[in-house]
Design a protein around this ligand. Structure first.
Ligand code: NDP
Ligand code: 8X3
Length: 258
């Protein structure tokens, strides 16, 4: 993997926190140039200041709501020339909102998850793929979830969006099998980020209790897996990778120490 990513251009959505931020750090450390997008622009600016100095890379940041296709198209269309040739797209922006049964579900929460995790991923991917095909080079790495493999009670709609990400990964592989474009999904289990705080609408005590008695994954654990996928030789594609904490056996089985 020596210098494999040096001067490559990596676009990361949802780069302002958690797994996206950890991916930015990991790829910058390998000398890759970054395009970082999320709604919290000020966080991205701070990251870019630090990473350009520390890792001697180029970094472009952009405020972006992936749910808005017009914003997405303008963002990709208006990238400066030096950032236009995206080598790797990390489709990471995503969230869960609420923990409710289907019969008590909040429609606004459903819309937010579907619009972000599913439609947002599609908008970005649609805008980036043609350039990759034209250049004959590209890798799309989707951040799925164990929730895209096993639905669990009160998380049905979030799980459905992540099942959809897996379906999209498999379908994209088929659609682009005659191109050099690679497609992967990295599917984590419980990972301690801002995820549970967002899901539980900033009830931080409840959010932290999600990880009571077990050792969750870190965002860096996932970034290392993404980096591994991104650094296979061009003839090799890791299509799916599932990573769980050692204390977790499935979406519904975790070992918690008292
Ligand atoms: P965080 O809440 O820490 O980070 C989520 C990121 O997504 C933030 O940078 C946020 O940025 C961004 N984001 C959310 N909505 C939008 C939007 N509409 N437009 C642009 N960016 C958006 O959570 P994680 O790092 O844990 O989540 C990253 C991905 O990992 C998600 O797809 C999640 O589903 C997945 N995942 C997480 C797991 C976990 O246990 N943590 C396990 C399995 C998968 P901003 O608010 O600034 O826009
Ligand atoms: C996030 C992990 O277990 O909450 O995708 O579904 S989980």
């Amino acid at each position: 993997m020596v210098n494999m990513l040096k001067n490559k251009t990596i676009l990361i959505t949802g780069a302002s926190a958690g797994i996206g931020e950890a991916c930015a750090n990991a790829f910058a450390a390998e000398g890759a140039n970054l395009v970082l997008a999320a709604r919290r622009h000020e966080r991205l600016v701070k990251m870019a200041d630090e990473l350009t100095t520390k890792c001697n890379i180029k970094c472009r940041v952009s405020p972006l709501d992936v749910r808005d296709n017009i914003q997405v198209e303008e963002f990709i269309h208006n990238l400066p020339v030096e950032f236009q040739n995206i080598d790797i797209l990390i489709n990471n922006a995503g969230l869960a909102r609420g923990l409710d049964s289907i019969q008590n579900g909040n429609i606004r929460d459903w819309d937010e998850m579907i619009d972000t995790n599913l439609k947002g991923l599609l908008y970005i991917t649609r805008a980036v793929i043609p350039g990759m095909i034209e250049r004959g080079n590209g890798h799309i790495i989707n951040i799925g979830s164990i929730a895209g493999r096993q639905p669990y009670p009160n998380g049905t709609v979030y799980c459905a969006t992540k099942f959809a990400v897996r379906a999209l990964t498999q379908g994209m592989l088929m659609d682009m099998v005659d191109t050099p474009i690679r497609v992967s999904t990295v599917d984590p289990g419980m990972t301690k980020t801002e995820f549970s705080r967002v899901r539980l609408k900033r009830d931080d005590v409840k959010a932290d209790s999600v990880y009571d008695g077990l050792t969750p994954l870190t965002a860096q654990d996932i970034a290392e897996a993404v980096l591994f996928c991104a650094t296979r030789p061009p003839h090799s594609n890791i299509t799916e990778m599932v990573i769980l904490p050692a204390d977790q056996a499935s979406a519904y089985h975790a070992h918690r120490r008292k």
